[in-house]
Design a protein around this ligand. Structure first.
Ligand code: COI
Length: 330
């Protein structure tokens, strides 16, 4: 039995080895290359593939995999928005993801960034770098005085809600499904009420047609002046042009973006910030009240270990039993 693993990062190698030692009946082969039209041939003769990339999986790579008889594909991450669902279904793919690898990794990072915005750390570091050690005018706000609006109370959003509540913030939330675990911790409200009341809004939703650009000119106009925005979910949830206008007018007082609509042009690579072909990024990155990070909320040792080991086990389940508890239902 052979599993071919694409897009392997150095941090993943020890966990792949660990899993291989626990499963001597499986041959695991790896490449640092992402799955694309060319690298697809490397998997020939394998029973399944394990993949991880932010770039879209090319249709042609899926077709070639299927032609080579490989239709068992396991993602090491949670998001499935970079796969052509219709084509994968037509080709008979069975796809698994890792829905819960470490909600705390992402939740903790979103809270960190909310604190960074409140305490104005970027503004201080920028002025300290110029020898300006004055306090004023960068006075901070306290988390325990904030109304935090959590949009989406799945695994990550509810973990974040508990952490924010631990700081003493008032936590309000909107979600299609109410989470019983949050009884006594959050007050569920409508999305409109959340926009109107929150001083910090943090997103924990997938990108689907219904959530595309959900933060836009109209929704920004409902919010409190100076609201802080945290996005560790998916870039396209935010209309970036509308965000720029809202920052210019002061409607939005600061933003922490760990994800961006055009992030595959910039994240996880060496770039020249000012010559990159992405105007919204170039505008946002230079603002003292905007924190841009390269999709790192998930990036912890615990998360990487779970992503690697759970995806390999899911792929093995697909191969040996024809199904998995992590099967994605498109
Ligand atoms: C996910 O698990 O979907 C993430 O957002 C991690 C990412 C680097 C693909």
């Amino acid at each position: 039995m052979k599993i071919y693993v694409y897009g392997v990062y150095s941090d993943e190698v020890p966990y792949i080895k660990e899993w291989q030692d626990e499963h001597p009946e499986v041959t695991v082969e790896t490449t640092t290359e992402l799955l694309n039209e060319k690298s697809v041939q490397l998997a020939k003769g394998s029973d399944g593939v394990v993949v991880f990339q932010q770039k879209p999986y090319p249709d042609e790579a899926l077709r070639q995999l299927a032609l080579n008889g490989i239709t068992k594909m396991s993602l090491r991450n949670v998001g499935v928005d970079n796969i052509n669902h219709q084509l994968a279904t037509e080709l008979g793919f069975q796809i698994t993801n890792v829905p819960v690898y470490s909600p705390a990794a992402i939740a903790e990072f979103s809270v960190t960034q909310a604190l960074n915005l409140l305490r104005r750390t970027k503004e201080f570091y920028l002025k300290l770098a110029k020898g300006d050690y004055n306090w004023a005018p960068h006075i901070a706000k306290e988390m325990n005085k904030q109304v935090v609006g959590i949009v989406g109370t799945g695994n990550i959003g509810s973990t974040a809600a508990k952490i924010f509540a631990g700081f003493g913030a008032k936590v309000i939330a909107y979600s299609r499904h109410k989470n019983k675990e949050l009884d006594g911790i959050v007050e569920y409200v409508s999305l409109e009420e959340l926009y109107k009341r929150a001083t910090i809004i943090s997103l924990y939703l997938p990108h689907v047609p219904a959530t595309d650009k959900m933060l836009n000119k109209e929704t920004f106009s409902m919010m409190r002046d100076g609201v802080l925005l945290i996005n560790t979910a998916r870039g396209p949830l935010v209309d970036e042009e509308a965000l720029i206008a809202a920052l210019d007018s002061g409607k939005v007082g600061g933003a922490a973006l760990d994800v961006m609509t055009g992030e595959t042009k910039i994240f996880n690579q060496q770039i020249d910030e000012q010559s990159v072909d992405y105007n919204e990024f170039k505008n946002l990155v230079k603002r003292p009240n905007v924190l841009i990070t390269p999709h790192i909320a998930f990036y912890t040792d615990q998360a990487i270990k779970n992503m690697v080991k759970m995806s390999l086990s899911a792929n093995l389940d697909l191969i040996t039993t024809g199904t998995s508890d992590k099967l994605v239902k498109f």
